[in-house]
Design a protein around this ligand. Structure first.
Ligand SMILES: [Zn+2]
Length: 804
């Protein structure tokens, strides 16, 4: 290994032995991955039909979708990681059969994309036929052709590493060579033979290519990754608005000249991850200024305390500096997964522990909140406040069993098995501890194999014991990460600060004796000749901390967030007997008033709950009370109720005013519907899932084939989303065949552009939610629908939400 290169001990060489991650890994292999295979069966079917089509059997064509196969590839990547940890013949056989199907769906020249191969159009296409372009690579901005392939490369590499089987690698490499030819050399069958030479609208292929390079050593792939980075914002710039804007897909400037995070947060995080990794592999410093500046800007102005990125709805991305709403936070699960990837790569590039600190916070909080404790219920959107009713999570006022755009659950499928790969890293004469977890591994350092066993109850307890046994005595430096949260603030950057500092210092003992090692780059350095049986004990001060945020974040003024170790805590209604908005946190007058309790059973068994002094404001008066909080990642596992991370400080609460947020209850007035003359409807707004068998608020007229509904809007506010709950009694009134919206800002009706990942869905028993592609103010919305032939359509509930 070359000097100065930090590299991770691969996760499959780290044996998990702890109570936090090991059970999650079990859930992963027993529940999440099999379940995700079930849910992505439609992607397999689509590929199967594509293969039949190529063989000349075209009985049934696949349905058009731009990125469905990427979800399958991510599940398969996650499954491959599980195969590295444990043998599973059933999963392996399933993988082999799907790989065969993928191979059959690939064209002879390497091209692999269901819709163009078969010639079907995207039915959900928000760009009027151009969502995937008319032919291959004609709309690289949004077709996701290369995005799918990036995920396939990552999965193929994982499966090859797990089993040594080459079939999928061959498919992946064949595609990569094809992409190289079409994009950078010219292929007579594509783009009139001219090189396409355009960067994809959704980054990912760069990361996939780097993995292909790492496993094959073929520099073609690394060079391709570098080219895709360097033509970004150079050879092509979109010039529209919203999802068609240059910033949305980070194409406003050459990447080396970018200085702030912009646009869609998942794309951005994958881009920055690829830049960091290419830079460390090629040992250039071309991206240094861009990476440092973007990272610093995120930390100082644009990251939620949970490690969430992409605070705003609509573009699913970065808003203005300090725009960090709580109830309205977007924080897609994938974006925080990307934040973990980005920061881990920044650590490998620089050796600075603060990047691991950010990766840790993004992992334990926003990312883990993306999946239920049971492993089969998910968050796409991760707000920091919930009124108990509003359908924040793509039509659901709670977790969802799956999504029509399933990027988030499938990212969880592949993230969790990799977590132990962030526990240890090393270079020529250093071992670095990364994320702390009970584990055992063996690391080659200076010609010795160093066996390490780590014993800890992290993240709930701060004691970490290392038993170090090199196979022969050897001199090297053990670098113990001292997380930012163990010091004066929770995460790096200017956004968040502790009110109550850590009283207890960080303690380190070497073979039972206290030591006070030199600190460098966030690590405590113990340099010595290590011998069999050495023991290092690290004690980090895990205790309840009150955090404030910088005053520029308006929503958090006079509020505190509770953290403990690397975990952000939140208050949930179920623990407090009342809406959490009726509580304010009192000054922590003495530490004894803060209590901790471990759940002994139930969904949150073994999770540490905390209780802090508070004032309760019931409907009248106020009483001294306490507020119970649980780790944010565990929220919404015990039924639906209000939740808040940022709690008002009692000193700031005017006793006369009520604390509860405006949860948009009320009535939609003056709703006009087709075939009703001058009559108008009043519609009750509620986000509660309607009871079964309740009457619809509106049903179409039997002779009306194109019914519509006009809803007056608040023109002073920006529309954030529209959610429709269809009435469906299973007999004469069904969910409609299709529907769409128009808006009116003056007098004429215009098409309502929904954003990239939305479509006008018609699911039963849930809110079907769409968002405007760009900020939108209007005086009315028109809902147009097409009932199923011979059937009625009806609405049970509907709501329009505005940006606060
Ligand atoms: Zn996602």
């Amino acid at each position: 290994m070359e000097n100065g290169f930090i590299q991770p001990v691969p996760f499959q060489q780290v044996k998990l032995e702890d109570e936090f991650w090991y059970p999650r890994l079990k859930t992963q292999s027993e529940v999440l991955v099999p379940y995700a295979f079930e849910k992505t069966a439609n992607a397999v079917e689509n590929l199967l039909r594509t293969g039949s089509f190529l063989k000349g059997i075209a009985d049934e064509l696949p349905f058009a979708h731009r990125y469905l196969s990427s979800d399958l590839y991510k599940v398969m990547e996650g499954a491959a990681y599980i195969l590295m940890l444990e043998q599973n013949k059933r999963i392996e056989a399933k993988m082999d059969s799907i790989i065969q199907i993928i191979g059959d769906a690939q064209k002879e020249d390497g091209y692999l994309y269901v819709a163009h191969t078969v010639g079907v159009k995207d039915r959900y296409d928000p760009w009027g036929g151009a969502g995937m372009g008319d032919k291959p690579y004609s709309f690289v901005l949004h077709s996701h052709e290369l995005y799918n392939m990036g995920h396939m490369y990552e999965a193929a590499v994982a499966y090859y590493q797990a089993t040594g089987k080459r079939e999928w690698m061959d498919i992946a490499e064949k595609n990569a060579r094809h992409v190289n030819k079409v994009f950078f050399e010219g292929d007579k069958n594509y783009n009139d033979g001219k090189p396409v030479n355009q960067a994809p609208g959704h980054e990912e292929i760069e990361l996939g290519l780097i993995k292909l390079f790492r496993v094959t050593g073929d520099s073609l792939y690394l060079n391709m990754a570098k080219k895709f980075l360097d033509i970004r914002g150079v050879t092509y710039k979109p010039e529209g608005k919203g999802v068609m804007s240059a910033t949305y897909s980070q194409q406003h400037l050459p990447v080396a000249q970018q200085r702030e995070p912009v646009g869609h947060a998942v794309r951005a995080a994958y881009l920055y991850s690829a830049m960091a990794e290419v830079q460390s592999l090629l040992k250039t410093d071309e991206y240094t200024e861009a990476l440092n500046s973007i990272w610093q800007n995120i930390m100082d102005t644009r990251m939620h305390i949970t490690g969430g990125l992409g605070a705003v709805h609509g573009i699913e991305g970065f808003g203005a500096e300090y725009e960090l709403p709580n109830a309205g936070a977007y924080n897609e699960t994938c974006a925080s997964v990307g934040n973990v990837f980005f920061n881990f790569r920044m650590f490998l590039l620089t050796g600075d522990a603060r990047y691991l600190d950010v990766a840790e916070v993004a992992l334990y909080n926003n990312s883990l909140a993306g999946v239920s404790m049971s492993g089969n219920n998910f968050h796409y959107v991760n707000p920091l406040e919930f009124d108990g009713e509003k359908p924040y999570n793509f039509g659901n006022p709670g977790r969802s069993p799956w999504f029509s755009t399933a990027c988030c659950p499938t990212n969880i499928a592949r993230l969790i098995p990799q977590v132990s790969g962030m526990a240890y890293t090393y270079d020529a004469n250093n071992i670095y501890t990364g994320l702390y977890m009970g584990s055992a591994t063996s690391i080659p350092v200076m010609g010795s194999n160093v066996n390490i066993r780590q014993i800890t109850k992290y993240p709930f307890e701060g004691k970490v014991r290392f038993e170090i046994s090199p196979d022969k005595p050897e001199k090297f430096t053990l670098n113990l990460r001292i997380p930012t949260w163990a010091g004066k603030q929770f995460v790096p950057g200017e956004l968040y600060n502790y009110i109550n500092e850590n009283e207890a210092p960080v303690k380190i003992k070497l073979n039972g004796k206290a030591v006070n090692p030199e600190m460098k780059n966030g690590f405590a350095l113990i340099n010595r000749k290590w011998k069999n049986g050495d023991v290092v004990e690290l004690t980090l001060p895990v205790s309840v901390k009150y955090n404030t945020s910088i005053d520029l974040v308006e929503e958090n003024r006079n509020r505190v967030a509770i953290t403990r170790g690397p975990l952000v805590y939140c208050a949930e209604e179920i623990d407090n007997g009342d809406a959490v908005f009726n509580f304010a946190v009192a000054e922590p007058s003495s530490a004894t008033e803060i209590k901790e309790n471990i759940f002994s059973e139930g969904e949150l068994a073994n999770i540490v709950q905390v209780s802090v002094p508070a004032i309760h404001y019931p409907s009248e008066g106020k009483t001294k009370s306490s507020l119970k909080l649980v780790p944010y990642f565990t929220w919404n596992n015990r039924g639906q109720g209000s939740m808040a991370v940022w709690i008002p400080q009692s000193s700031s609460v005017n006793d006369e005013t009520h604390l509860a947020p405006d949860n948009d209850k009320g009535t939609l007035h003056q709703v006009q519907v087709s075939r009703s003359g001058q009559n108008t409807l009043e519609i009750e707004i509620s986000s509660k899932i309607p009871q079964e068998n309740t009457d619809p608020q509106w049903v179409s007229c039997p002779t009306d084939e194109n019914p519509w509904m006009e809803i007056p809007c608040d023109q002073g506010k920006e529309v954030q989303s529209i959610s429709v709950y269809w009435h469906d009694n299973g007999t004469d009134c069904l969910v409609p065949e299709e529907w769409e919206l128009e808006f009116r800002s003056c007098t004429t009706w215009q098409p309502f552009q929904i954003y990239a990942t939305d479509h006008y869905s018609t699911f039963r028993k849930q809110f079907n939610m769409v968002h405007p592609a760009a900020p939108l103010k209007c005086n009315a919305l028109k809902l147009k629908l097409k009932p199923n032939p011979g059937k009625l359509a009806g609405i049970q509930s509907i709501r329009i939400d505005y940006t606060r």
